[in-house]
Design a protein around this ligand. Structure first.
Ligand code: SOE
Length: 381
């Protein structure tokens, strides 16, 4: 049966624009979603880049002015894959135009911007989602199911790390198309908004909101060449951040992130310890979820490794036969499938702007705590 078409306009031809384009292209091939996404308009201020990108991914039209695209009546969904300092303006324009929005994380530069964006989007009344794609890793979704089923009982501890190493060299410049995440004026913050946002989103999805945090941050390399110039400029992002958290439900959390963990490319881990058992996950072995069940007979009790590539595992009936894994591109496709499903059913399945505001507020509290060297209460979204 022919499906209702949903015209997509995507802004930004970088790394995330690529991951999302691939998701629009493939989602209907693997999931029986209620809508057919039509790759209508690709938008980037660099005309040549947008044209090449559009040709490669099969976008029907190319636009260089996002305002013109947002003003079009035939665009249903605007997908925003631009640097963080542009999110607010684009979201406010999309809300005013009554668009459905899909936005790459983090929500905003800070919580003040985020609140304004959430107010505008909720007033417009159209669905929103933020691409926290690691929720869509089958092992992470399985962990959520196990926690929600009460198999871990009361949660005592949450432990997360998000480690990378790509900025160790002092020769890496800051700013520009490839490295805007190192420029605080564009990114808002360093590892806190970029990497810990993923860890915070996952933790609060699993076990609920945080009440207060106590953090420290460091900027190891104080000056870097600004891309496009020969000039060294002060680095104002957090290169590394570690924080303690008290959750509202009484659990204790520890979180650590850095771009200076030599050898760690994208290590994103969590461990949850409850009264009946524990779970552990590492994105570098993403198809595995470690589970310890204290109720197992003592003679065989131990950590078991669940290989989450059976058709009974989340999302996997849509992919390959057992044992054939999925990866980064598929987690985005899974996220899009959930979003399209929720547009059809009206049931909330994905983190929306308000959920992402919760994460943004924690990021702000973490940065404030590090600055003041004090515990900071986490406000309500
Ligand atoms: C940064 O290097 C980055 O690309 C993040 O921005 C993404 O959110 C993360 O998933 C991978 O690393």
């Amino acid at each position: 049966m022919a499906k209702k078409k949903l015209n997509i306009g995507l802004i930004g031809c970088g790394f995330m624009g690529k991951a999302h384009s691939n998701a629009y292209l493939k989602v209907g091939k693997f999931f029986n979603v209620p809508y057919e996404p039509v790759m209508k308009v690709i938008c980037d201020s660099n005309a040549e880049k947008a044209r090449c990108f559009g040709d490669n991914w099969g976008w029907q039209e190319v636009e260089t002015d996002w305002r013109k695209m947002v003003a079009r009546d035939d665009i249903d969904v605007v997908d925003i894959c631009t640097p963080n300092n542009t999110h607010r303006e684009i979201v406010l324009a999309c809300a005013a135009a009554g668009k459905i929005m899909a936005l790459e994380k983090p929500l905003a530069m800070d919580a003040a911007e985020g609140r304004e964006m959430v107010a505008a989007a909720e007033k417009a009344g159209k669905p929103t989602m933020v691409w926290f794609n690691y929720r869509r890793v089958p092992a992470a979704s399985l962990a959520k199911q196990i926690i929600d089923e009460g198999k871990l009982g009361r949660i005592f501890h949450y432990r997360a790390k998000y480690l990378q190493d790509y900025t160790i060299s002092p020769d890496v410049p800051q700013g520009g198309d490839a490295l805007w995440r190192l420029d605080a004026k564009v990114a808002g913050s360093g590892v806190t908004g970029d990497l810990l946002a993923h860890s915070i989103d996952m933790a609060t999805w699993f076990i609920g909101p945080m009440a207060r945090v106590c953090a420290m941050t460091e900027t190891f390399i104080k000056e870097r060449v600004m891309a496009g110039s020969e000039k060294k400029m002060p680095v104002t992002i957090d290169d590394a951040c570690a924080f303690l958290a008290r959750f509202e439900n009484g659990a204790l959390g520890t979180f650590e992130s850095t771009r200076y963990a030599c050898g760690r490319k994208n290590q994103n881990t969590f461990e949850v310890n409850g009264e009946y058992g524990s779970l552990a996950f590492d994105l570098e072995t993403a198809h595995e979820l470690e589970y310890f069940n204290h109720a197992d007979p003592i003679s065989v009790r131990g950590w078991r490794t669940i290989q989450t590539w059976d058709s009974k595992h989340p999302y996997m009936k849509n992919w390959w036969v057992p044992g054939c894994g999925i990866g980064y591109e598929h987690w985005h496709i899974n996220a899009l499938a959930d979003f399209l499903e929720s547009l059809g059913s009206g049931k909330k399945l994905c983190p929306d702007f308000r959920d992402a505001l919760g994460t943004q507020i924690v990021c702000d509290a973490v940065l404030e705590s590090a600055k003041k060297e004090k515990w900071v209460a986490v406000a309500k979204p």
